[in-house]
Design a protein around this ligand. Structure first.
Ligand SMILES: [Zn+2]
Length: 486
């Protein structure tokens, strides 16, 4: 089963979890075959667990993560890949890592096509003329289209439509997204954005409008990347706020609705950004890496506070807390602020290419990314196979006082961990409550005031505990090179 289409952002942690859990038996077999260190019944002595508990309490009283999130969203602001702010964000991350006590800080280049949003507007024309709140999807071409709407309540209905009914029209897909704690509603709605524009273009539509993939009742539209199939001519594609989508559906009761969609957006050359990487060098096994991460880029409508300044701040601060301990953990702890996650995991794919070859994948002991907002963590799991779960069990025990359950049938890799996981890297899941995440995700409401400092401290405590224990343990989590799915 293909986990992620090569050019598309994964749709949700839950969706990936389903895909990766399916792959677990094979992973477990290859992991055991490549196992270098015998599984240990008790890999972590009480003194190590005591340090973890102390780290947890220190993190709960520490505001480093919050201060970082405030700084990134205030001083840099939105961080669209390839924008002027992208370069300032890279410099920011490098300087902050250096100030936080890491042993080694460096950048690695990531080159990608640059997409720009210059202006965008839409309006109903004719007898019921009125403005609409929309935003272009990332990857959309520009264009100025005035045409009648053809409404569909889902992607299947669009797929079944006779092309003759769509030629020269604006396709309008009005499919609500379900609000869930684990983000599974996002997975179900995903194809409306990832596949809908190409389907509409192939059937001869002039433009594409969709109900935002989001749950906000406010008049904000949610952007996000779309990618056109190679065999179609791209058409202007945009998302409507939920109230605007409802308004169009009501207006259609009165007869044909003509809409003007005017987008000045599009691809414009190439840009080279950077993954920013910081490391605490392991005292006994420096070549073995525990990786925690967030992504430095964001969409441009808000300030990228929950997506993903929070993940950057939480993991940067967690590493900083581990760095305060009297000695380094056995293994190296690597914290990565990935470039351009939003347009297709481009920083993470570059990292996996540079570091994830078959000969070194086993050295990435386990990876975890914080990229599901800033809500409290409620669940923990890892991909470690049976017989190699003593460290996972110990981590779960230390996380329990944070209100985190050990959910051994749940979870999956964060988006930027997927390229490593596809090569056989083990993952850990620190599952955040995403009930409110899609009120903010990729829209203008993703700003600092939505971030709860207490929840950020709880997240930081969980990442510090995980990072310390995973890096101090000598047990494998089952990382082992595997053939990638075709
Ligand atoms: Zn994100």
């Amino acid at each position: 089963m293909r986990v992620v289409a090569p050019s598309l952002k994964p749709l949700s942690a839950a969706l990936l979890a389903t895909a990766l859990l399916v792959a677990t038996p094979a992973q477990a077999q290859s992991g055991q075959a490549a196992q270098q260190h015998a599984p240990q019944a008790a890999p972590l002595p009480q003194s190590t667990l005591d340090i973890a508990a102390r780290l947890r309490e220190q993190a709960l009283a520490d505001d480093t993560a919050w201060t970082l999130i405030e700084s990134l969203t205030t001083e840099i602001g939105p961080r669209l890949p390839g924008s002027e702010a992208d370069a300032r964000a890279v410099a920011w991350a490098k300087a902050r890592f250096e100030a936080l006590g890491y042993d080694r800080v460096w950048t690695e280049p990531v080159t990608f096509p640059k997409w720009e949003r210059r202006s965008e507007s839409a309006a109903v024309l004719g007898a019921h003329a009125q403005p609409l709140v929309i935003t272009a999807l990332g990857g959309s071409p520009g264009g100025d289209v005035s045409a009648d709407l053809v409404r569909f309540d889902g992607i299947e209905a669009l797929e079944a439509a006779d092309p003759a009914t769509l030629a020269g029209r604006i396709v309008f897909v009005d499919m609500p997204m379900e609000r869930t704690r684990d983000g599974s509603g996002y997975g179900k709605a995903g194809p409306v954005r990832s596949r809908g524009p190409s389907i509409a273009a192939r059937k001869g539509a002039a433009a594409y409008l969709m109900r935002s993939i989001g749950t906000s009742p406010h008049r904000v539209a949610n952007t996000g990347i779309t990618r056109f199939d190679a065999d179609v001519t791209p058409i202007p594609a945009a998302a409507l706020s939920l109230p605007d989508a409802d308004q169009l559906t009501r207006l259609l009761r009165f007869g044909p609705v003509q809409v003007r969609l005017a987008l000045d957006v599009g691809w414009n050359g190439e840009y080279t950004s950077h993954n920013v990487i910081a490391e605490l060098t392991g005292r006994e096994r420096p070549e073995e890496i525990v990786l925690i991460a967030g992504h430095l880029d964001s969409w441009d409508l808000g300030t990228g506070a929950v997506d993903d300044a929070s993940g950057v701040g939480i993991t940067m601060a967690a590493g900083h807390l581990v760095a305060q301990q009297p000695q380094r953990p056995r293994r190296s702890l690597r914290v990565v602020a990935f470039a351009n996650e939003e347009q297709g995991l481009l920083g993470a794919r570059a990292y996996a290419e540079a570091h994830g070859g078959a000969d070194v994948i086993a050295r990435h002991v386990v990876g975890a990314e914080s990229d599901f907002g800033a809500g409290r963590i409620y669940g923990f799991n890892t991909s470690a196979p049976a017989g190699q779960r003593a460290t996972s069990d110990a981590i779960a025990e230390v996380l329990r006082p944070l209100g985190i359950d050990y959910l051994q049938d749940k979870g999956g890799p964060g988006p930027d961990i997927v390229p490593l996981a596809q090569k056989g890297g083990a993952w850990a899941w620190l599952g955040q409550d995403g009930t409110d995440y899609f009120d903010l995700h990729h829209n203008a409401d993703d700003t600092l005031d939505k971030v709860d400092p207490d929840a950020v401290a709880q997240n930081t405590a969980a990442y510090a505990v995980f990072a310390w224990l995973a890096a101090e343990s000598e047990e494998s989590f089952g990382s082992a090179p595997k053939a990638e799915a075709p």
